[in-house]
Design a protein around this ligand. Structure first.
Ligand code: C5P
Length: 424
């Protein structure tokens, strides 16, 4: 399971396809861009249609394919100027030397070359051609002009070509092209978040997952925590512009995009790592980990052998990580979680006070439809008294949506000035 922000919402890509054998790779490219969450419209030159049919791209993009400049019917649907304005990025893949020449000369005798002139979106070209045609002076001259005009050129790769030649001119694999496009939008999104996000310029440290307390070299005590809530929060904090460090117990989740992850096993390791990160400078500490309350007093050096009907293992109390961090001089804004099966709000309020937290999010784990291994959650958030902020009920929603609402709650508390309340 992934909490990656790889899905880019509401971004529009025009994939321009020109005449070249690499056009077959563009079918997979369109598919991958759709998978990444882009809206895709395909424009094909006449040459491209000799290699692959518009129907293929209509099915893959889920949109009608644009082929004609002077087609009244197509223009009535989405005219070429409207299409040019629709795009957030135009990617020509493969870009033939003919199309590169047209772009460089500013010709507008078909739909794609007209679009090139009519769009204000970034234009990327992925040239693909025979190695001799790539090396030709005219092609290199046209490319230099395009680079000068602000076009981004995705360099072709070297290798064996469909024509039997070996050399530069192969279009990179579609997965690689889709990755570069996705990266571009991620970076742009991140730059905005770092400036304007709800947690811009904050370092957020999050503990997540269970801890594992060794009994002997092969056995341990643990719990069923999956870490999903902590990982969703890490992704949401990153999306809100924060620098995020995730201290993860043993869980099988992918690290969210952009998040630094430190794997730990036991509660003691989790605390040590948390303390180190405090020294690095931490603004918000979120404890979602289901830390084992006790650990084995003396971990056996060798595997414990089966003997007798009973086995006594002495346990000692683990440190309370969140409470320990909250006691430090340079304490960050502290967020805790409470999972209860009864008197949820009462216990949560007690924990808020006892652990000296700023905010606590509590859920009722007796409900089978939310919590632990579920993908959904519902919570009530309480703030420490000094904030004068009312409790917030977060209705049942995906853990990602709940994480987003928790980020908003953290932001609101961080920016809340109780003096303002008194002024009214
Ligand atoms: O006391 P309880 O385990 O119910 O408290 C839950 C909250 O305290 C969670 O935020 C959890 O991550 C944190 N906690 C901790 N270290 C512990 C036990 C709980 O940080 N040893």
């Amino acid at each position: 399971m992934s909490f990656d922000l790889s899905v880019i919402p509401n971004k529009n890509i025009i994939v321009g396809i020109t005449g070249g054998i690499a056009a077959y790779k563009s079918a997979i490219l369109v598919r991958r861009l759709k998978d990444a969450g882009f809206n895709v419209r395909v424009v094909m030159t006449e040459g491209a249609q000799a290699f692959i049919t518009p129907l293929t791209f209509q099915a893959l993009s889920g949109n009608p394919v644009h082929t004609q400049l002077l087609d009244p019917e197509a223009e009535a649907g989405m005219g070429h100027i409207e299409l040019a304005r629709w795009a957030d990025l135009v990617l020509i893949a493969p870009a033939s030397c003919d199309t590169l020449a047209k772009f460089a000369a500013g010709l507008a005798d078909d739909l794609l070359s007209t679009l090139y002139l009519a769009t204000s979106a970034p234009v990327w070209v992925a040239p693909a051609m025979n190695q001799q045609m790539w090396a030709a002076k005219a092609t290199q001259r046209n490319l230099a002009t395009l680079v000068d005009d602000g076009v981004h050129v995705i360099m072709p790769e070297s290798g064996s070509q469909a024509c039997g030649d070996v050399g530069l001119g192969r279009m990179p694999e579609p997965e690689e092209l889709a990755r570069q496009v996705t990266d571009y939008f991620h970076k742009a999104q991140r730059a905005i978040a770092e400036k304007f996000g709800l947690l811009a310029s904050k370092h957020v440290v999050i503990t997540a997952g269970p801890t594992r307390e060794a009994i002997d070299p092969v056995r341990y005590i643990s719990n069923h925590s999956t870490g999903k809530m902590g990982f969703a929060l890490a992704a949401a904090c990153y999306a809100a512009g924060a620098k995020v460090t995730l201290i993860a117990g043993p869980v099988s989740l992918d690290t969210p995009n952009g998040v630094r992850r430190i794997n730990v096993s036991s509660a003691v390791q989790m605390l040590d790592t948390s303390m180190q990160l405090l020294d690095e400078g931490c603004d918000v500490f979120i404890a979602t980990a289901a830390v084992a309350d006790y650990r084995v007093a003396e971990v056996a050096e060798h595997k414990i052998k089966k003997s007798g009907n009973e086995l006594d293992i002495a346990l000692i109390k683990n440190p309370d990580i969140v409470a320990t961090i909250a006691q430090q001089d340079k304490r960050p804004f502290m967020v805790g979680f409470a999972a209860e099966t009864r008197n949820v709000e009462e216990y949560a309020a007690g924990k808020l006070e006892a652990k000296k937290l700023d905010m606590i999010a509590c859920n009722d784990v007796s409900r089978a439809d939310i919590g632990f291994a579920s993908d959904e959650n519902a919570m009530t958030v309480f703030f420490a008294e000094g904030y004068h902020l009312p409790k917030r009920d977060l209705e049942k929603a995906s853990k990602q949506e709940i994480a987003q609402q928790l980020v908003e709650a953290i932001h609101d508390a961080l920016h809340h000035d109780p003096a303002q309340d008194e002024a009214f």
